[in-house]
Every structure is written in structure tokens, then in C-alpha cells.
Design a binder for this molecule. Sequence first.
Ligand SMILES: [Zn+2]
Ligand SMILES: [Zn+2]
Length: 229
Amino acid sequence: MFADALNLLIPPACLACGSRIDEQNQVICEACEAKMMMVGSDTCSVCGSELKEYPCRACLEESFAFDSARAIFKFGGPVKELIHVLKYNGYESPAGYFALPIAELIESEPALQDHDYICAVPLHPVRRRERGYNQAELIASCVAYLTGLPFEMPVVRKVNTLSQTLLSKARRVKNLNGAFRIKKTSQVAGKKILLLDDVFTTGSTLNEIAKTLRFAGASKITAITVARA
Ligand SMILES: [Zn+2]
Ligand SMILES: [Zn+2]
């Protein structure tokens, strides 16, 4: 309601570049959409990185606890902008926009459909309260709605970790050590779980949660992110 009233006063603008757009429900302009780069099909079967060599460098450095990871877009340009406004500027509409290609990817592959539920990387309660929402949770619940898979949040972030963005790889891993816990083992044991997040950078956060889920008995863990750095 409020958004409708606002649209009468301020014409909708592209959330990536700020240029005016006509249709009310559009999130970005056509020019920005054309610049969004999809991850190619030649990717590492474990971590989803685009293969420049084999085995992939990310997997040589770390043995990931998830079974596989997939991403929709390459991180950069309008994709980076949209994720930024979703995380830091209070715009929730990119969540629905990003959920659509993720839902399409899941529906196109039986192995991705074969999960008991979708969950999201949790924010620490303090940070969630500051932001008003958890962007990964918004995306994941939209994906759940679109695919018909249940949405659950079995993992809690118990330590309000430093932002990962400014840390080196080694410090990222240390920063996350013991940062997560499971609410109820019965929610995880024997379950096939799709884990959603906005960006796969080094994979440290997803890996730490996957380890936590694995320790609680999860039988299959697949990570899906909007973007891959
Ligand atoms: Zn634009
Ligand atoms: Zn890999």
C-alpha cells in the first residue's frame, strides 16, 4: 500500500543504476539486466566455480563439507549493486527478483529438487534486528514458495562474527570457528538440505554451516547462491 502511494510521488528507478523505469514491479532496467552475467555451464561439480583448471583451485585449498554448490550469476556490475541495496539499503524487492532464476534452476534438475527443505545462512539476532530482516532468508523463503519445498531455519548463528568481507581467507575460517549451532538435531538428522545465501566468495561461511549440519547427521547438503565471486 505504502509502496503504491510512494510510486505516485517518486517514479520507480532501477535499483542498480538509478535510471527511471516504467513498470512498477520492475527491479532493474533493461540495460542493467543485459549486463548481468550468468555462471557458465562448465563448472566444478563440487564447489561450482567456473573451471579454469582441474581440479579446481578452491577445492584444492579446502575440502568442502557440502556435496555441491551452484550459483546463478557472476558477482559484479548490476548483480553486485542489487545485492548491496538488498543487504544495506533496506530494499527487499531484489530478493524476489533473485528467487525466480534460483527456483527455475531447482525445477530444471531432479537432483536439486530432491531435498527435504530449503534453509538460509542465518544472521546473528543482533544484526538481524539492526537490518530488519535477513536477506538470505528472504530469498530462501521466496524460493520455497515458488518451488513448493518447505522452508526451515535449523541453524542459529551464536557468535556475532566480524564481517567476512574485509578478512583474509585464513582469518575468515578462524572467525567462523564454532559460530553456528543446530536448534534441534531431529530437524537435521537424515535430511537432505538446500542451503541458500546471497554470495559465494571463498565458501567459508557455507562450509562452516555445512560442517555443522553434517555433524548433526544431514545426509545431503547442496548450497545455492545468487552470485559467485
Ligand atoms: Zn539500470
Ligand atoms: Zn571446486
